[in-house]
Design a protein around this ligand. Structure first.
Ligand code: F3S
Length: 283
């Protein structure tokens, strides 16, 4: 059995930076071993469990946070209103918003302030999308599918941007549809390069293996996109969060397996899965 790991794969710059900031905060005397995160700090359940053992407390919303707490803001960022609430509670903020997400927040705000109606390609329930929308006062609409894009009304000026983890082909398709909705289309492709590189690596790997294992949280947008890409190449693909989900029947008859991981999947989990596959095929 040959196992090839995609390159690049796993933690991206923004997630690594956020985890480093969180670990430093958890170890600092100021936080007293207690740091609060609004929602999962990273879309990977195994990594969250590890961080909880170091003293992380995960709450659902800013309303649940006590006065003066040390609060970690994850790579996805938060809407402006959350910062206001934390400041009013005199919280200490560890802001790990990824600089590339910050760039999308700023772009969205600039475009709306300049009078553009902004179309954001993304999933409206995703925390990153909520953070981007929450940095604009108005005139922004989230669009997920070509069908939704077709329903966009006409505007004199439209700005188009994207959630950082979307597929390039979907952004191009959205741009094509919006060309007919306005006289002035301002295009800002804000898909993150780390996302593009990980998607390209999966395309390449999927074409050269008999099966591909995508490792990562099932609630991670970029991990699920990698899985969809592998499937769309006609490759037998599975998405697993842990080695317990590996199944001998799926591995049977395959001699070349690919392993790839989302940007929120830690290195140690990729290594654990690769070792488990080796063990299952040798034993
Ligand atoms: Fe940032 Fe890109 Fe990762 S936006 S969090 S570096 S996928």
């Amino acid at each position: 059995m040959k196992i090839t790991v995609a390159d690049p794969t796993g933690f991206c710059f923004g997630v690594q930076r956020a985890i480093n900031a969180l670990e430093t905060a958890l170890c600092s005397s100021e936080a007293n071993g207690l740091v609060v995160s609004i929602g999962m700090p990273i879309h990977n359940p195994q990594e969250v469990e590890r961080l909880k053992k170091l003293g992380l407390v995960v709450l659902n919303n800013a309303g649940e946070i006590s006065e003066g707490a040390t609060v970690f803001i994850r790579a996805h960022g938060e809407p402006r209103s959350v910062y206001d609430e934390l400041l009013s509670k005199k919280c200490r903020i560890i802001d790990a918003t990824c600089p590339f997400v910050k760039r999308v927040q700023d772009k969205a705000r600039e475009l709306t302030e300049a009078g553009y109606f902004v179309i954001l390609l993304g999933n409206e329930d995703h925390p990153e999308v909520r953070s981007i929308v929450g940095h604009c006062t108005n005139s922004i609409k989230v669009v997920k599918t070509p069908e939704e894009a077709e329903k966009v009304l006409t505007y004199s000026r439209i700005g188009v941007i994207s959630q950082t983890t979307q597929r390039e082909e979907d952004f191009k398709q959205l741009v094509d549809i919006l060309q007919n909705k306005t006289k002035e289309l301002e295009i800002s492709n804000t898909i993150c390069q780390a996302t593009v590189e990980r998607q390209q690596a999966v395309r390449k790997l999927a074409d050269s293996v008999e099966g591909i294992i995508i490792v990562g949280g099932k609630n991670s947008a970029n991990t699920v996109k990698l899985y969809e890409i592998a499937k769309s190449r006609g490759t037998d693909a599975i998405l697993v969060e842990s080695s317990e989900e590996l199944n001998g029947g799926w591995l049977k008859g395959k001699s070349v397996i690919g392993v790839a991981a989302g940007a929120s999947t830690p290195e140690w989990l990729i290594a654990t899965i690769s070792k488990a596959v080796e063990k299952m095929t040798v034993g």
